[in-house]
Write a protein that binds this ligand. Structure first.
Ligand SMILES: [Zn+2]
Length: 100
């Protein structure tokens, strides 16, 4: 018998409650879940960095850690996440453009 028996892929994670019992937790009422991390892409150097977004404030200035450019939102955007992020800021996700 070998020391470590390799497990088949599908035997590693038993699926406890994938079917059926999903009504236990509070289902999302009428709001979609808000994504709180956004991947910012620097328009100057293309550097990408995933940042956590505050839910109660807008991030107006953001310094690129690679080229040290101070990013500011594009005209019409409320924060750098709306301009350069892969995901817009939480208020915009919830209520649409221009709501923060
Ligand atoms: Zn940069």
């Amino acid at each position: 018998m070998p020391a470590a028996t390799p497990l088949p892929e599908n035997a590693r994670m038993p699926v406890p409650e994938n079917t059926g019992m999903q009504g236990d937790k509070t289902e999302m009422a009428d709001t979609a879940p808000v994504e709180l991390s956004s991947e910012l892409t620097c328009p100057e150097c293309g550097h990408k960095k995933t940042e956590e977004m505050p839910t109660d404030a807008c991030t107006y200035f953001y310094e690129c850690e690679n080229c040290k450019t101070l990013l500011k939102p594009n005209k019409g955007n409320c924060c750098v996440f709306c301009s350069f992020g892969s995901v817009p800021c939480p208020p915009v996700q919830k209520d649409g453009k221009g709501s923060c």
